[in-house]
Design a protein around this ligand. Structure first.
Ligand code: NAP
Length: 314
């Protein structure tokens, strides 16, 4: 069987693409190697999803998945290792384990993965004090001392979230200025048990069975100190999952994000992209919007529309 569409990734972009694909009666399958919801599932309090004053990321992701499934989404819990062109059948073939799944169009919605610090001790203590997911791990740090690394919105919202569990939350950031929205900076500053360690980088994570401390260097003074810690939450941004797109000829920019036009078309006709993998503003609402456009564009492609623009004329 040749599907109309394969969606790779079931974060907000992929789930919304599926919702729109179902509504356009596209026979499609969604591949997801982890859990549906992607990074949204790990977000703490989401306060910028229209219609929701405040909702936990995992709850919002669960609702998206339920809606997509109710409309007929088929999910395969497998990683796609490659996309190849099937010239003979004029379609694409996604390789997943020993399976080869064919489709007339593909939406790459694999998002981005969390960046690592790359310091001594980081890998050794993953799950033993080093975490990349506060919503998953915060309860383990009740009454403990933790640090969040980073100065973006993720780091500061995470610090405030952790402050409800931990006795003390240090925010270790390599500059004085924050990348985070002013409102998120405000909230962190107003939280009594959040303390900033600025102009500072972690050089090493130390411990025995679990994390015990971090070696921190002040980048201005070069002073080095050892900060006793029970946990370290790394929130220093993301790297796009664009490799399989690149291998099939999809153009990427200098930072490895997939290049798309306004209709979410990539440089390869029939392959579309949506969400964080495109390097646009990495917000769930944007990823969902792009997923909707990509699905409508895939519909037009599959049905042989000539202009390829996203909006379906009525
Ligand atoms: P981000 O905005 O890229 O911030 C990454 C932070 O980590 C920066 O402060 C950066 O420092 C620091 N950093 C990067 N590499 C580092 C390294 N090797 N060592 C130490 N520090 C390092 O990433 P993000 O916070 O994950 O946010 C991603 C996107 O999601 C952003 O667009 C953000 O606005 C959005 N978001 C929004 C909300 C919200 O509530 N509105 C919540 C979460 C995320 P420099 O600043 O010095 O580069």
């Amino acid at each position: 069987m040749i599907y109309d569409l394969i969606v790779i990734g079931a974060g907000p972009a992929g789930l919304t693409a599926s919702i729109y694909a179902s509504r356009h009666k596209l026979k499609h399958v969604v591949f997801e190697s982890g859990m549906c919801g992607g990074q949204l599932s790990m977000a703490t309090h989401v306060e910028n999803w229209p219609g929701e004053k405040q909702v936990m990321g995992a709850e919002l992701a669960k609702r998206m998945e339920e809606q997509a499934r109710a409309l007929g989404m088929e999910v395969r819990c497998q990683p796609v290792s490659d996309i190849v062109k099937d010239e003979e059948n004029n379609c694409f073939c996604c390789l997943a384990g020993n399976d080869r799944v064919q489709a007339k169009s593909v939406i790459i919605a694999m998002g981005a993965s969390h960046r690592k610090l790359g310091v001594i001790g980081e890998d050794a203590f993953v799950g033993k004090g080093i975490s990349y997911c506060a919503t998953c791990d915060a309860p383990f740090f009740n009454g403990k001392v933790v640090a969040v690394i980073g100065g973006g919105d993720s780091a500061l919202t995470t610090a405030v979230y952790l402050a409800a569990y931990a006795k003390k939350v240090f925010v270790i950031h390599r500059r004085k200025e924050f990348r985070a929205e002013e409102s998120n900076q405000e909230k962190a500053r107003r939280t009594p048990n959040v303390e900033f360690v600025l102009d500072s980088v972690v050089k090493e994570v130390k411990g025995d069975k679990r994390v015990k401390s971090a070696i921190v260097e002040n980048v201005e003074t070069k002073a080095v100190s050892e900060l006793p810690l029970d946990g370290i939450f790394v929130y220093i941004g993301n790297t796009p999952a664009s490799a399989i797109g690149k291998r099939v000829g999809v153009e990427t920019d200098a930072r490895a994000y997939v290049k798309v036009d306004a209709a979410m078309r990539t440089s390869v006709p029939g392959i579309f992209a949506a969400g964080d993998v495109t390097g646009s503003v990495p917000q769930a609402i944007v990823a969902s919007g792009q997923g909707a456009i990509a699905a409508m564009s895939a519909y037009k492609f599959v049905k042989g529309f000539k202009d390829g623009i996203a909006v379906v004329n009525r």
